[in-house]
Design a protein around this ligand. Structure first.
Ligand code: NAD
Ligand code: UDP
Length: 313
């Protein structure tokens, strides 16, 4: 049995599908705050009893089934969402991770933690290696996410040292793909939804800040490899695509994809928005034999052509 906490979310439902393709029985735990129940209903129609769903906030006391592997993805990931209820973000990442850690130790399960490139904050090294300790504003508007994810990593590594827990931590960099909601707030679904509505693309600041976007099937493949490999016990690994782009370049590429003029509008840059972000993936290549396979152009094409973003209800 594999537990996926946050399995109704964007990455989570792709992971659930991949686990089912690998013939695992999957138990999803989700409170449906940013997740979408309909994603699972579609999967359950084809997979039936092999996917069970528990409506549960992992920050609250929970009775959970025994499992061999637990993936913890239960946290809002879009800045708009995690800042809209920062206290709940803290609870999800600190109390929620503690709930799943206790459960993993109790039933002898392996725990795979979805951490984030946000723990590097405004990076002091470039590209970011796992050995970078990060440069985070501990009291700014992003701290509810950055610092609670850092706290979760610290907690889990203490459990590795003192309780011999079977933990592995993925520091996931910006991931995109089909199934993101139009109201997600992150840059790729925002730009696609705006282009589809023939509105200007909203660039924050001058657009010279960079990100590196990984297609969701590559991220899911990395998570599955991290879960499967015995030698990954106690390891922290970056999962991301090292192809770095400015937000301005992304806007131009998406406007071109929709065959329209370079229609953009500049908006104020959010506080503490990191200026550069790119993973060093050496460790993932060596440890997991993993590297991204889908280029940005291929991923964007799949997202626009195969599964256009639907306007929110
Ligand atoms: P998402 O918001 O689409 O999915 C998160 C899921 O967790 C949702 O289904 C939500 O309802 C659920 N959830 C939130 N709090 C919960 C709680 N307390 N109890 C139970 N369920 C809860 O986000 P995503 O993009 O799929 O991200 C998944 C994970 O990956 C998150 O932990 C996120 O921090 C991490 N991550 C994602 C990215 C990315 O670019 N997508 C980058 C770095 C890290
Ligand atoms: N961004 C933007 N326009 C938008 C949404 C985001 O210019 O409509 C910028 C944002 O300020 C950041 C980058 O795009 O510099 C990536 O933002 P996102 O929210 O997708 O992820 P982050 O990496 O900040 O968590």
């Amino acid at each position: 049995m594999v537990i996926v906490a946050g399995g109704a979310g964007f990455i989570g439902h792709h992971l659930v599908r991949a686990l089912r393709e690998a013939k695992a029985s999957v138990h999803v735990i989700d409170n449906f705050t940013t997740g979408d129940r309909s994603r699972l209903e579609r999967l359950r129609r084809s997979e039936g009893e092999r996917i069970t769903v528990q409506h549960q906030d992992i920050a609250l006391p929970a009775v959970l089934p025994a499992a061999d592997v637990i993936f913890n993805l239960a946290s809002p990931a879009s800045p708009v969402h995690y800042q809209s209820n920062p206290i709940q973000t803290w609870k999800s990442n600190v109390l929620g991770t503690l709930t799943l850690l206790d459960h993993a130790i109790g039933c002898g399960a392996r725990l795979v933690q979805a951490s984030t490139s946000e723990i590097y904050g405004e990076p002091l090294s470039h590209p970011q290696k796992e050995t970078d300790w990060g440069n985070v504003n501990p009291v700014g508007p992003r701290a509810c996410y950055d610092e609670s994810k850092r706290a979760a990593e610290a907690l889990l590594m203490d459990a590795v040292r003192t309780a011999d827990a079977d933990i592995r931590i993925a520091r996931i960099f910006n991931t995109y793909g089909p199934g993101m909601n139009a109201d997600d707030g992150r840059v790729i679904p925002n730009f696609i939804a705006q282009a589809q509505a023939d509105e200007p693309l909203t660039i924050h600041g001058d657009g010279n800040q960079t990100r590196s976007f990984c297609y969701v099937s590559d991220t899911v493949d990395g998570l599955m490899r991290l879960a499967a490999l015995d030698a990954a016990r106690g390891e922290i690994v970056n999962l991301g695509n090292p192809h770095e782009m400015t937000i301005r370049q992304i806007a131009t590429t998406i406007n071109q994809k929709f065959r329209r003029a370079d229609n953009v509008i500049l908006r104020p840059r959010p506080a503490d928005d990191p200026s550069r972000r790119c993973p060093d993936t050496t460790k993932a290549r060596h440890l997991l034999a993993w590297q991204p396979t889908i280029s940005f152009e291929q991923g964007l094409h799949r997202m626009v052509t195969d599964a256009p973003i639907k306007a929110s209800a």
